[in-house]
Design a protein around this ligand. Structure first.
Ligand code: AMP
Length: 289
């Protein structure tokens, strides 16, 4: 595995690969790897000749009161963890490499960046879209791999890619979970043992919501209320949001139809966890009739 720190070296290495007709799969990350990251890398490796992984904790996607400084960084652990995954290139740019002192250009994907996490993390998706656009221009992959865990990120980046004509395909990989259902996240290590135990309620609540929808419940309000009451009953987590939206547009649903995304964010102590579940092509009217 090559560890590359500069854009110029990465470009010249990848230019040679492209000239040989090799396909490039790209996995952008912020490091602190877990099985979820590895599942994206394995998919990228399987589908392409080369797999490029980036680690960059992007300052522009963190709010002033968020955990940018505290975000876990351990390049030695991360690189040894992926040695056996046969990754071809690990790109680890410095802040100067990505944002010069005179940096002025940002990408704002309107509307779809506003609900859900965007409402509580103003500027977050502007930072995400900007850094991913830059990374796509730097790496120029054939396919980019994203996790379903960050459903709004997928929707925002798909929109950006379509609107700005980036020549890249997006593949979305299912959420990797711990045995008890908790979605893997770099932030899970901050949970106290009690919060870790209680956090299983998130997936439990999402799964029962999915069962409700699939068995014909047509009211998103009712499903949201069920999720909230279960979380309150079985944990001391503080709910930031629970929403039922169209999985592609992220528009709020008045009744369940189309591809449904049920997404939530809950604080356990200072740790904010997000999770979601997708119900493919649903139509509550068909179940009722
Ligand atoms: P991050 O390092 O948290 O920015 O995540 C990098 C990529 O890994 C993003 O596309 C995430 O959606 C994806 N990812 C994070 N956690 C998981 C998970 N539990 N399962 C699958 N993909 C994940």
């Amino acid at each position: 595995m090559l560890i590359i720190k500069t854009i110029i070296r990465l470009r010249s290495t990848l230019d040679k690969a492209r000239a040989k007709g090799q396909t490039i799969g790209f996995v952008p990350t912020m490091g602190s790897f877990h099985e979820g990251h590895l599942s994206l890398m394995r998919q990228a490796k399987k589908d392409n000749d080369l797999c490029v992984v980036s680690i960059y904790v992007n300052p522009t996607q963190f709010g002033p009161k968020e955990d940018f400084k505290k975000y876990p960084r351990d390049l030695r652990r991360d690189s040894s963890m992926i040695l056996k995954e046969n990754i071809d290139i690990l790109f680890v740019p410095s802040d100067n490499e990505i944002y010069s002192d005179r940096y002025l250009t940002y990408i704002d994907v309107e509307k779809i960046s506003q609900p859900l996490c965007g409402h509580f993390r103003p500027g977050h998706f502007r930072g995400v879209a900007t850094v991913v656009a830059k990374l796509l221009n730097i790496v120029q992959p054939h396919v980019m791999y994203l996790g379903q865990k960050d459903a709004q990120q997928v929707a925002v980046l798909r929109t950006m890619i379509q609107d700005l004509n980036f020549p890249v395909k997006v593949e979305v990989v299912a959420t990797s979970r711990e045995q008890d259902g908790l979605a893997m996240s770099s932030r899970n290590k901050y949970l106290s043992p009690k919060d870790r135990q209680e956090s299983v309620v998130l997936y439990k609540a999402l799964s029962s919501a999915k069962a409700m929808v699939e068995s014909g419940t047509s009211s998103p309000a009712k499903v949201k209320a069920t999720i909230k009451s279960l979380i309150k009953k079985e944990s001391s987590g503080k709910i930031q949001y629970v929403e039922c939206v169209n999985a592609d547009t992220l528009e709020t649903l008045k009744r369940f139809e189309g591809r449904v995304l049920i997404a939530l964010a809950v604080f356990f102590g200072k740790t904010r966890l997000i999770d979601n579940i997708v119900i493919p092509q649903h139509d509550s009217r068909k179940i009722k009739s």
